[in-house]
Design a protein around this ligand. Structure first.
Ligand SMILES: NC(=[NH2+])NCCC[C@H](N)C(=O)O
Length: 338
Protein backbone atom coordinates (compact mmCIF):
# COMPACT_ATOMS: atom_id res chain seq x y z
CA UNK A 1 0.00 0.00 0.00
CA UNK A 2 1.37 3.38 -0.89
CA UNK A 3 0.32 6.66 0.62
CA UNK A 4 0.97 10.19 -0.48
CA UNK A 5 0.14 13.59 0.95
CA UNK A 6 -1.15 16.24 -1.41
CA UNK A 7 -3.00 19.55 -1.38
CA UNK A 8 -6.70 19.23 -0.50
CA UNK A 9 -9.31 20.42 -2.99
CA UNK A 10 -13.01 21.23 -2.80
CA UNK A 11 -13.63 17.79 -4.28
CA UNK A 12 -12.29 16.26 -1.03
CA UNK A 13 -15.26 17.57 0.95
CA UNK A 14 -17.03 14.22 1.39
CA UNK A 15 -13.77 12.50 2.35
CA UNK A 16 -13.10 15.11 5.01
CA UNK A 17 -16.67 15.06 6.24
CA UNK A 18 -16.58 11.27 6.68
CA UNK A 19 -13.37 11.57 8.68
CA UNK A 20 -14.63 14.50 10.76
CA UNK A 21 -17.51 12.29 11.93
CA UNK A 22 -14.95 9.85 13.35
CA UNK A 23 -13.02 12.31 15.55
CA UNK A 24 -15.37 12.12 18.52
CA UNK A 25 -15.35 15.88 19.06
CA UNK A 26 -12.89 18.33 20.55
CA UNK A 27 -11.14 18.65 17.19
CA UNK A 28 -11.79 22.33 16.61
CA UNK A 29 -10.07 22.30 13.22
CA UNK A 30 -12.07 19.41 11.82
CA UNK A 31 -15.78 19.93 12.56
CA UNK A 32 -18.29 17.46 11.13
CA UNK A 33 -20.13 20.22 9.31
CA UNK A 34 -20.20 20.44 5.52
CA UNK A 35 -20.50 24.23 5.36
CA UNK A 36 -17.58 24.78 7.74
CA UNK A 37 -15.45 22.21 5.91
CA UNK A 38 -16.31 23.83 2.58
CA UNK A 39 -15.12 27.21 3.88
CA UNK A 40 -11.95 25.54 5.09
CA UNK A 41 -11.31 23.94 1.70
CA UNK A 42 -12.00 27.21 -0.09
CA UNK A 43 -9.55 28.97 2.17
CA UNK A 44 -6.97 26.28 1.46
CA UNK A 45 -7.47 26.62 -2.30
CA UNK A 46 -6.90 30.36 -2.02
CA UNK A 47 -3.75 29.76 0.03
CA UNK A 48 -2.37 27.21 -2.44
CA UNK A 49 -3.09 29.42 -5.43
CA UNK A 50 -1.18 32.41 -4.07
CA UNK A 51 2.40 31.56 -4.99
CA UNK A 52 4.35 34.63 -3.85
CA UNK A 53 6.63 34.86 -0.82
CA UNK A 54 4.50 37.17 1.30
CA UNK A 55 3.62 36.01 4.83
CA UNK A 56 -0.19 36.26 5.03
CA UNK A 57 -3.14 34.78 6.87
CA UNK A 58 -3.23 31.44 5.09
CA UNK A 59 -4.55 28.04 5.94
CA UNK A 60 -3.24 25.07 3.99
CA UNK A 61 -5.01 21.72 4.18
CA UNK A 62 -3.26 18.52 3.10
CA UNK A 63 -4.80 15.09 2.67
CA UNK A 64 -3.30 11.62 2.91
CA UNK A 65 -4.30 9.56 -0.10
CA UNK A 66 -3.99 5.85 -0.77
CA UNK A 67 -2.44 5.98 -4.25
CA UNK A 68 -3.93 2.63 -5.26
CA UNK A 69 -7.54 3.30 -4.32
CA UNK A 70 -7.60 7.11 -4.32
CA UNK A 71 -9.19 6.96 -0.86
CA UNK A 72 -8.42 9.81 1.54
CA UNK A 73 -7.39 8.41 4.93
CA UNK A 74 -5.96 11.34 6.81
CA UNK A 75 -5.56 15.09 6.89
CA UNK A 76 -3.58 17.90 8.48
CA UNK A 77 -3.49 21.68 8.37
CA UNK A 78 -1.05 24.56 8.53
CA UNK A 79 -1.94 28.11 9.50
CA UNK A 80 0.70 30.61 8.49
CA UNK A 81 -0.19 33.39 10.93
CA UNK A 82 -2.80 33.02 13.65
CA UNK A 83 -4.69 35.85 15.29
CA UNK A 84 -4.83 38.14 12.27
CA UNK A 85 -8.56 38.62 11.84
CA UNK A 86 -9.77 37.37 15.22
CA UNK A 87 -7.59 37.40 18.32
CA UNK A 88 -5.89 34.11 19.15
CA UNK A 89 -6.50 33.33 22.81
CA UNK A 90 -4.47 31.27 25.25
CA UNK A 91 -4.25 30.92 28.97
CA UNK A 92 -0.77 31.56 30.24
CA UNK A 93 0.22 30.09 33.58
CA UNK A 94 1.86 32.74 35.67
CA UNK A 95 3.14 32.72 39.22
CA UNK A 96 2.63 35.37 41.86
CA UNK A 97 5.13 34.96 44.69
CA UNK A 98 4.57 36.88 47.92
CA UNK A 99 6.46 36.94 51.19
CA UNK A 100 5.25 37.82 54.64
CA UNK A 101 7.94 39.04 56.99
CA UNK A 102 5.79 38.58 60.11
CA UNK A 103 4.89 35.01 59.22
CA UNK A 104 8.31 34.32 57.76
CA UNK A 105 6.51 32.62 54.91
CA UNK A 106 6.79 32.75 51.13
CA UNK A 107 3.71 31.68 49.17
CA UNK A 108 3.32 31.10 45.50
CA UNK A 109 0.00 31.49 43.75
CA UNK A 110 -0.37 30.13 40.26
CA UNK A 111 -2.74 31.91 37.97
CA UNK A 112 -4.21 31.54 34.54
CA UNK A 113 -4.15 34.77 32.56
CA UNK A 114 -6.04 35.29 29.34
CA UNK A 115 -3.55 36.39 26.67
CA UNK A 116 -3.15 36.81 22.94
CA UNK A 117 0.64 36.38 23.28
CA UNK A 118 0.89 33.75 20.58
CA UNK A 119 -0.65 35.80 17.80
CA UNK A 120 1.31 36.04 14.57
CA UNK A 121 2.71 32.55 15.13
CA UNK A 122 2.26 29.81 12.58
CA UNK A 123 0.29 26.77 13.68
CA UNK A 124 0.24 23.12 12.75
CA UNK A 125 -3.03 21.40 13.55
CA UNK A 126 -6.04 19.51 12.36
CA UNK A 127 -4.15 16.24 12.16
CA UNK A 128 -6.42 13.25 11.86
CA UNK A 129 -5.66 9.74 10.70
CA UNK A 130 -8.44 7.28 9.90
CA UNK A 131 -8.72 4.67 12.70
CA UNK A 132 -8.22 1.93 10.11
CA UNK A 133 -4.75 3.22 9.22
CA UNK A 134 -3.17 3.73 12.62
CA UNK A 135 -0.27 1.40 11.78
CA UNK A 136 2.61 1.86 9.41
CA UNK A 137 3.86 5.21 10.61
CA UNK A 138 1.26 7.22 8.72
CA UNK A 139 0.64 9.54 11.67
CA UNK A 140 4.28 10.54 11.53
CA UNK A 141 4.11 10.94 7.77
CA UNK A 142 1.18 13.35 8.22
CA UNK A 143 2.85 15.26 11.03
CA UNK A 144 6.32 15.51 9.56
CA UNK A 145 5.20 16.30 6.02
CA UNK A 146 3.91 19.57 7.45
CA UNK A 147 7.45 20.48 8.44
CA UNK A 148 8.74 19.66 4.97
CA UNK A 149 5.98 21.87 3.63
CA UNK A 150 7.13 24.69 5.93
CA UNK A 151 10.78 24.25 4.89
CA UNK A 152 9.79 24.30 1.22
CA UNK A 153 7.70 27.48 1.63
CA UNK A 154 9.61 29.05 4.50
CA UNK A 155 8.87 32.68 3.59
CA UNK A 156 5.14 32.00 3.95
CA UNK A 157 5.56 31.02 7.63
CA UNK A 158 6.33 32.95 10.81
CA UNK A 159 9.38 32.60 13.06
CA UNK A 160 7.42 30.94 15.85
CA UNK A 161 5.26 27.88 15.37
CA UNK A 162 2.73 26.29 17.71
CA UNK A 163 0.58 23.22 18.07
CA UNK A 164 -2.45 22.94 20.36
CA UNK A 165 -3.16 19.52 21.79
CA UNK A 166 -6.64 18.41 22.71
CA UNK A 167 -7.18 18.44 26.48
CA UNK A 168 -8.72 15.77 28.69
CA UNK A 169 -12.31 14.86 27.86
CA UNK A 170 -14.31 12.43 30.03
CA UNK A 171 -16.47 9.53 28.79
CA UNK A 172 -19.51 11.79 28.52
CA UNK A 173 -17.64 14.17 26.22
CA UNK A 174 -17.35 16.75 28.98
CA UNK A 175 -14.21 18.67 29.85
CA UNK A 176 -13.31 18.98 33.54
CA UNK A 177 -11.33 22.15 32.77
CA UNK A 178 -14.25 23.70 30.91
CA UNK A 179 -16.63 22.81 33.72
CA UNK A 180 -14.33 24.42 36.30
CA UNK A 181 -13.39 27.57 34.39
CA UNK A 182 -14.91 28.99 31.20
CA UNK A 183 -18.05 26.86 31.34
CA UNK A 184 -19.27 28.91 34.29
CA UNK A 185 -19.46 31.98 32.06
CA UNK A 186 -20.85 30.59 28.83
CA UNK A 187 -23.96 28.68 29.88
CA UNK A 188 -23.20 25.85 27.49
CA UNK A 189 -21.42 22.49 27.59
CA UNK A 190 -17.86 22.03 26.36
CA UNK A 191 -19.11 20.12 23.32
CA UNK A 192 -21.52 22.91 22.44
CA UNK A 193 -18.89 25.61 22.90
CA UNK A 194 -16.18 23.80 20.98
CA UNK A 195 -18.58 23.02 18.14
CA UNK A 196 -19.83 26.59 18.08
CA UNK A 197 -16.20 27.75 17.98
CA UNK A 198 -15.38 25.41 15.11
CA UNK A 199 -18.36 26.58 13.06
CA UNK A 200 -18.65 30.26 13.95
CA UNK A 201 -15.16 31.33 14.93
CA UNK A 202 -14.22 32.92 18.21
CA UNK A 203 -15.97 36.28 18.57
CA UNK A 204 -18.10 34.71 21.32
CA UNK A 205 -14.88 34.06 23.26
CA UNK A 206 -14.01 37.76 23.18
CA UNK A 207 -17.54 38.54 24.33
CA UNK A 208 -17.95 36.09 27.21
CA UNK A 209 -14.56 34.87 28.38
CA UNK A 210 -13.75 36.13 31.91
CA UNK A 211 -11.01 38.74 31.56
CA UNK A 212 -9.49 38.61 35.06
CA UNK A 213 -6.75 36.14 35.93
CA UNK A 214 -8.03 32.97 37.59
CA UNK A 215 -6.31 31.64 40.71
CA UNK A 216 -5.61 27.95 40.17
CA UNK A 217 -5.92 27.33 43.93
CA UNK A 218 -9.61 28.22 43.68
CA UNK A 219 -10.44 25.67 41.00
CA UNK A 220 -11.89 22.30 41.87
CA UNK A 221 -9.57 19.30 41.85
CA UNK A 222 -10.92 17.89 38.59
CA UNK A 223 -10.13 21.10 36.72
CA UNK A 224 -6.74 21.54 38.38
CA UNK A 225 -5.61 18.04 37.56
CA UNK A 226 -5.96 18.45 33.79
CA UNK A 227 -4.21 21.80 33.29
CA UNK A 228 -1.62 21.28 30.57
CA UNK A 229 -2.49 17.59 30.27
CA UNK A 230 -3.15 16.24 26.77
CA UNK A 231 -6.06 13.97 25.93
CA UNK A 232 -4.81 10.35 26.29
CA UNK A 233 -5.04 9.97 22.51
CA UNK A 234 -2.71 12.95 22.16
CA UNK A 235 0.16 11.65 24.28
CA UNK A 236 1.99 10.24 21.28
CA UNK A 237 1.48 13.52 19.44
CA UNK A 238 2.98 15.39 22.39
CA UNK A 239 6.08 13.17 22.36
CA UNK A 240 6.35 13.64 18.61
CA UNK A 241 6.25 17.43 19.04
CA UNK A 242 8.86 17.26 21.81
CA UNK A 243 11.13 15.21 19.56
CA UNK A 244 10.82 17.96 16.96
CA UNK A 245 11.88 20.56 19.50
CA UNK A 246 8.51 21.91 20.60
CA UNK A 247 8.04 22.58 24.31
CA UNK A 248 5.12 23.30 26.60
CA UNK A 249 5.98 26.77 27.88
CA UNK A 250 3.03 27.38 30.16
CA UNK A 251 0.33 28.08 27.58
CA UNK A 252 -2.87 26.05 27.70
CA UNK A 253 -6.13 26.03 25.81
CA UNK A 254 -8.71 28.34 27.34
CA UNK A 255 -11.52 25.81 26.89
CA UNK A 256 -10.11 22.38 27.71
CA UNK A 257 -6.74 23.17 29.37
CA UNK A 258 -4.82 21.12 26.79
CA UNK A 259 -1.17 22.11 26.33
CA UNK A 260 -0.04 24.52 23.61
CA UNK A 261 3.42 23.56 22.40
CA UNK A 262 5.67 26.15 20.81
CA UNK A 263 9.01 26.26 18.99
CA UNK A 264 11.18 28.59 16.95
CA UNK A 265 10.31 27.58 13.42
CA UNK A 266 13.91 27.26 12.25
CA UNK A 267 14.87 24.98 15.13
CA UNK A 268 12.10 22.43 14.52
CA UNK A 269 14.15 19.36 13.75
CA UNK A 270 12.42 18.26 10.56
CA UNK A 271 12.49 21.84 9.24
CA UNK A 272 16.16 22.38 10.08
CA UNK A 273 17.18 19.01 8.65
CA UNK A 274 15.08 19.20 5.47
CA UNK A 275 17.10 19.86 2.36
CA UNK A 276 16.56 19.98 -1.38
CA UNK A 277 18.52 17.94 -3.92
CA UNK A 278 18.28 17.15 -7.58
CA UNK A 279 17.20 13.59 -8.39
CA UNK A 280 20.04 11.59 -9.95
CA UNK A 281 18.40 8.16 -10.01
CA UNK A 282 14.95 6.67 -9.39
CA UNK A 283 15.87 3.01 -9.00
CA UNK A 284 17.60 2.98 -5.62
CA UNK A 285 17.02 -0.36 -3.92
CA UNK A 286 18.62 0.15 -0.57
CA UNK A 287 19.17 3.41 1.19
CA UNK A 288 18.33 5.50 4.20
CA UNK A 289 14.62 5.54 5.09
CA UNK A 290 13.35 9.07 4.55
CA UNK A 291 10.42 11.40 4.06
CA UNK A 292 10.47 12.78 0.54
CA UNK A 293 8.57 15.72 -0.89
CA UNK A 294 8.37 17.72 -4.06
CA UNK A 295 6.36 20.45 -5.77
CA UNK A 296 5.30 23.86 -4.58
CA UNK A 297 1.90 24.86 -3.21
CA UNK A 298 -0.96 23.09 -5.02
CA UNK A 299 1.53 20.72 -6.56
CA UNK A 300 3.06 19.61 -3.22
CA UNK A 301 3.31 15.88 -2.61
CA UNK A 302 5.16 13.83 -0.01
CA UNK A 303 5.65 10.17 0.87
CA UNK A 304 7.98 7.69 2.52
CA UNK A 305 10.85 6.21 0.57
CA UNK A 306 14.57 5.54 0.69
CA UNK A 307 17.34 7.92 -0.29
CA UNK A 308 21.07 8.05 -0.91
CA UNK A 309 23.06 11.22 -1.58
CA UNK A 310 25.72 11.29 -4.29
CA UNK A 311 29.07 13.10 -3.96
CA UNK A 312 27.60 16.02 -5.91
CA UNK A 313 24.76 16.20 -3.32
CA UNK A 314 22.26 14.80 -5.78
CA UNK A 315 19.72 12.33 -4.44
CA UNK A 316 18.84 8.82 -5.56
CA UNK A 317 15.42 7.51 -4.49
CA UNK A 318 13.48 4.28 -4.92
CA UNK A 319 11.15 3.55 -7.83
CA UNK A 320 7.93 3.46 -5.77
CA UNK A 321 8.65 6.83 -4.18
CA UNK A 322 9.55 8.33 -7.57
CA UNK A 323 6.24 7.08 -8.97
CA UNK A 324 4.27 8.22 -5.93
CA UNK A 325 5.79 11.69 -6.17
CA UNK A 326 5.76 11.73 -9.97
CA UNK A 327 9.39 12.79 -10.22
CA UNK A 328 12.15 11.84 -12.61
CA UNK A 329 15.84 12.60 -13.00
CA UNK A 330 16.70 16.25 -12.60
CA UNK A 331 13.60 17.13 -10.52
CA UNK A 332 14.03 18.64 -7.09
CA UNK A 333 13.16 16.53 -4.04
CA UNK A 334 13.28 17.68 -0.43
CA UNK A 335 13.98 15.06 2.17
CA UNK A 336 14.57 14.38 5.81
CA UNK A 337 15.66 11.14 7.49
CA UNK A 338 12.82 9.00 8.82
N1 LIG B 1 -10.76 24.27 22.29
C1 LIG B 1 -11.15 25.46 21.90
N2 LIG B 1 -12.12 25.58 21.03
N3 LIG B 1 -10.58 26.52 22.46
C2 LIG B 1 -10.93 27.87 22.15
C3 LIG B 1 -10.15 28.47 21.04
C4 LIG B 1 -8.76 28.77 21.40
C5 LIG B 1 -7.91 29.19 20.24
N4 LIG B 1 -6.59 29.37 20.69
C6 LIG B 1 -8.46 30.47 19.61
O1 LIG B 1 -8.21 31.56 20.08
O2 LIG B 1 -9.16 30.42 18.62
Amino acid sequence: MTFRLRAAHISDLEHLYEMAKLTGGGFTNLPADRAALTRKLERAEAAFSRTDDELGDDQFTLVLENTETGQVRGTCQLFTQVGQQWPFYSYRMTTLTQHSQELDRTVRAEMLSLTTDLEASSEVGGLFLHPGERAGGLGLLLARSRYLFVAMHRARFADRILAELRGVIDDRGGSPFWDGVAGRFFGMTFQEADYFNAINGNQFIADLMPKHPVYIAMLDEEAKKVIGVPHPSGRAAMRMLENEGFAAEGYVDIFDGGPTMTARTDTVKSIADAKPAAVSATDLEEGERALLATGKFDDFRSCYGVRAFGDDDSIAIDTTAAETLGVSKGDEVWSVAR
